[in-house]
Design a protein around this ligand. Structure first.
Ligand SMILES: Nc1ncnc2c1ncn2[C@@H]1O[C@H](COP(=O)(O)OP(=O)(O)OP(=O)(O)O)[C@@H](O)[C@H]1O
Length: 492
């Protein structure tokens, strides 16, 4: 039998009769059907346990399915009392900020069974592309951001996860590297959870991907979706997957998240192999990210101030870059972007282990067909796999989740300072993409060998040894939970 699309109920506060209609994209609380009912007012007096309906929603009249977390019916215990239908949802403002809310209606005893079926219909629509009651493994970095991750998680995330009836296991990380160890060694990870949630900055997801890579069944383990509740100082993963750094909205997006496959990269340095999911930097960007600790008192502006100081001083970072460039003209990159925008590639392999390295490690000879660039005056070396590096830096506007490419940006310090500033100002909206003063390449493997004795290398925002490293991409190897099934960026 088809599930019912509508049900009649009564508002609790004033006993007004309403029809709750399941439309294509939203639940409509139909005012046209509203009129006072003496009969329902009669039964209202005996109900005291549920909150009044949100007047805002009644005025607004609809709740889109994405925002619906859960609905259930509290059956009547006495013949004379109606049952109570509650709908938990998030009120979402245009700037993607969410707050948890609940609306309740009284349901006549004779409609209880129809209401149960209606609820099932509502939940089906509300969880169309994703699993209900997700089993989430939440890793909380107590030192994330200003050390407020746990308090913020409890205040903004936990109530939404509870309202969505998710099954949640929370663990606090105790030291650097702890998250990787937990993920590497956890028994039954794939059987017991639907996603790993990093309540942190980008450091914990970096550890999680590296932990997954060390599992004996790494390639299979990478099918486990990873996502972020933004509680750190750098929360690029969430920005790209959700399109907002509002913690409540990010939590709603975890509840409703769609698993997508994403490219991941292997990085070899010294004698180790790592996984990187976000970015690799050397030069001004890494310097400002990791080399401005002495300016922490400035807050977020330490990065901008550090950058201005370095541009004015004409900072240079001599190095040798060897790279497999696949596309280098902006016209070509635009074409390739359109071709790969809807790419649905999923990594498959007969082996469950981590894929072999096609180009060997940083200690092997550089493949002959790679282009080598020796530079004594490089200012910026920045490679990314996601468009947003922070909320004011759309550094890689052409980046796509699984196009099989890394986006590489090179800026030389010999260009006029004015142009460097124009580029850096344009980064906020990705306008630098068209600047003729920078190189923007689509690549799938490279090596960088710094020539200075000391400096900073930032991998996914984490500090690495200042030593040569090599990176190669694995198309579609990883999985993340995205709000819409894509990265949240305007594109090119
Ligand atoms: N209990 C802990 N004590 C110390 N370090 C920790 C702890 N838990 C996690 N870490 C480490 O903290 C680092 C930063 O984590 P995260 O990215 O979550 O926060 P953040 O505020 O964005 O940090 P940062 O600004 O330092 O990059 C990670 O490398 C992680 O391994």
């Amino acid at each position: 039998m088809p599930l019912p699309d509508s049900i009649v109920g009564y508002t609790q506060a004033d006993g007004v009769r309403v029809r709750l209609l399941l439309e294509d994209r939203f639940l409509l609380i139909d005012h046209a059907q509203m009129y006072s009912s003496q009969q329902s007012l009669g039964c209202l007096s005996s109900i005291s346990c549920v909150s009044a309906p949100s007047t805002e929603i009644l005025q607004q009249n609809s709740i889109i399915y994405f925002n619906v977390l859960w609905a259930e019916l509290l059956p009547s215990t006495l013949q004379s009392q109606p049952a109570v239908l509650t709908i938990d949802y998030c009120k979402v403002k245009n700037d993607k900020k969410a707050t948890l809310d609940r609306v309740s209606f009284l349901i006549d005893v004779q409609n209880e069974r129809a209401c149960e079926a209606w609820i099932e219909n509502l939940l089906k629509r509300s969880y169309r592309n994703t699993i209900r009651n997700k089993r989430l493994f939440v890793l909380i970095n107590p030192f994330g951001g200003q050390g407020t991750a746990m308090t913020r998680y409890k205040k903004y995330s936990a109530p939404i996860l509870a309202a969505a009836r998710c099954r949640v296991e929370e663990i606090e990380t105790k030291y650097r590297g702890h998250a990787a160890e937990i993920i590497e060694n956890m028994e039954g990870l794939e059987q017991n959870y639907d996603a790993i949630v990093c309540c942190s900055g980008d450091g914990i997801p970096h550890e999680v991907f590296n932990g997954l890579s060390k599992r004996t069944n790494a390639a299979t383990a990478f099918k486990m979706p990873v996502c972020q509740l933004p509680c750190g100082s750098g929360n690029a993963l969430c920005l790209n997957l959700v399109g907002s750094n509002d913690l409540s909205f990010a939590t709603l997006s975890v509840v409703k998240g769609i698993p997508i496959s994403v490219d991941l990269c292997s990085l070899t340095q010294d004698n180790k192999r790592y996984i990187t999911f976000l970015s690799q930097a050397l030069g001004m960007i890494a310097d400002c990210d990791l080399g401005t600790e002495n300016m922490r008192w400035m807050g977020e502006s330490r990065f901008t101030v550090g950058l201005i100081m370095r541009v004015l001083a004409g900072a240079k970072y001599p190095c040798r870059v060897s790279v497999r460039i696949l596309h280098e003209s902006r016209t070509q990159i635009r074409q390739v972007y359109q071709e790969h925008k809807n790419n649905q590639y999923i990594y498959t392999s007969a082996h469950t282990q981590l894929p072999d390295l096609k180009y060997g490690t940083v200690h092997d000879p550089v493949p002959e067909d790679w282009k080598s660039i020796d530079s004594s005056s490089l200012a910026v070396f920045y490679v990314g796999k996601m468009p947003w590096m922070s909320s004011d830096a759309l550094f890689f506007p052409a980046a796509l989740p699984r196009d099989g490419y890394l986006d590489m940006v090179l800026i030389d310090s010999s260009i006029p300072k004015k142009e460097i500033f124009t580029i850096l100002l344009g980064v906020a909206e990705g306008k630098h993409f068209d600047s003729k003063y920078l190189h923007y390449y689509k690549v799938d493997a490279y090596r960088i060998e710094p020539k200075a004795h000391s400096g900073y290398i930032s991998i996914d925002g984490e500090s690495f040894n200042f030593a040569p490293f090599q990176v190669e991409l694995h198309t579609g190897l990883g999985t993340m939970l995205s709000r819409t099934g894509e990265f949240q960026a305007p594109g090119i």
